[in-house]
Design a protein around this ligand. Structure first.
Ligand code: GDP
Ligand code: CA
Length: 349
């Protein structure tokens, strides 16, 4: 069901895959595009409708053909609505490219692949933004129209733009990613506007109310870091009582998709999940390693779960989502038990 009317019931595209024992948790996921969207879809399927909030990277956003494009927000929304293109990882299934082709014939820019159905979303978003509607509200209207039961929040209403510092100079994210196909050697990454930006109020409230926070297996430097760089996000995460766990985006020395592993090599880091865990360990309580990297477990400074983390099917996503939430809850119990023992003097603090 695709309606743009807040009064009507919202359909749940994964209803048939749900089991009866939905986990009664409020979960916030931090996500970029493909990896973030995959785990978010699993989380949505194991939680009651509305219990998942996804805070999404907007550092990749840019203006193109006069429109505001938010690639990660759309990837997450399309996955949660079940209308994503599983082959490309971006855009919608069964899309056509008539407009893109025609733009090319007219001498317009055609380096960024935009499908016709996808284009309607960018038109609608841009129309609302020009009327002064916030990106948070626009995103909420769109996800409702797509029948997505979960909340989807941009990391900020104000623009934050990822800038990739490379051996060819500083490149805006899409020029590095699509224009130059991630070929230049990365020296560092920065997020223009992040320090002055704020987490949208609704995303802030979702974090304060969360029982669990999940760092999805997204690119640490291009998808999660921008979210953490917004305003006071890092210190807010440190203050939360909810356990915070991350799923590895690096498996067997490789990224499943995108430049994460290549960037790690170029920035001089060992390409292992240990590097990723160390990168976030000030804001994490636990880390999930893939079975292929089991040998890394003894080198982890954080409590670690080893499990299969590759999500090919909906069943894979659901299994990993359950394992992630069970692991997070076990960490909470562990920390409660520790506190009780410290209080009763069984353990020296
Ligand atoms: P992008 O914005 O589309 O580049 O997507 P993300 O930043 O969300 O995700 C990219 C990262 O997701 C890469 O480092 C991949 O290795 C990782 N990834 C994608 N699919 C999977 C998966 O099924 N399992 C795990 N563990 N990681 C994945
Ligand atoms: Ca992205």
């Amino acid at each position: 069901m695709m309606v743009n009317n807040d009064q009507r019931p919202i359909s749940d595209p994964f209803e048939s895959l749900r089991s009866d024992d939905l986990l009664p948790l409020r979960v916030v996921a931090l996500a970029g595009g493909v990896g973030g969207a995959r785990l978010s879809a699993g989380l949505q399927a194991v939680l009651p409708p509305g219990a998942l909030s996804v805070i999404v990277n907007t550092g990749d956003d840019f203006e193109h053909w006069g429109l505001t494009i938010c690639p990660d927000l759309d990837t997450v929304m399309y996955n949660l609505a079940g209308v994503n293109n599983p082959e490309t990882g971006w855009g919608r299934a069964d899309d056509s490219f008539t407009v893109l082709h025609t733009m090319g014939l007219l001498g317009g820019e055609d380096w960024f692949r935009l499908g016709d159905k996808d284009l309607a979303v960018h038109l609608r978003r841009t129309e609302w933004l020009r009327q002064g509607v916030s990106l948070t509200e626009v995103t909420d209207r769109l996800r409702r129209a797509f029948g997505v039961p979960s909340h989807i929040f941009p990391m900020s209403d104000a623009p934050v733009r990822t800038l990739v510092h490379t051996d060819e100079g500083d490149l805006p994210f899409q020029h590095y990613f699509v224009g130059r196909r991630c070929e230049p050697c990365v020296i560092d990454v920065s997020f223009v506007g992040a320090a002055e930006a704020d987490l949208p109020e609704a995303a802030y409230a979702a974090l304060l109310a969360a029982d669990v926070v999940v760092f999805c297996p997204s690119n640490p430097y291009l998808s999660i870091d921008p979210i953490l760089s917004v305003g006071e996000m890092r210190s807010l995460l440190k203050k939360l009582r909810a356990p915070k766990v991350a799923v590895t985006p690096i498996i067997g020395g490789k990224a499943l998709k995108g430049p994460a592993a290549k960037m790690m090599r170029e920035m001089g880091y060992p390409v292992t999940p240990v590097t990723i865990a160390a990168h976030f360990d000030d804001v994490l309580d636990g880390f999930i390693l893939d079975r292929e990297d089991e040998a890394a477990a003894p080198h982890m400074r954080l409590p670690t779960l080893v499990t299969d983390t590759i999500m090919r099917t909906m069943e894979d996503k659901i299994r990993l989502a359950r394992a992630t939430l069970d692991f997070a809850q076990s960490l909470l119990q562990l920390s409660r038990a520790r506190k009780t023992r410290v209080r009763t003097g069984d353990l020296t603090p």
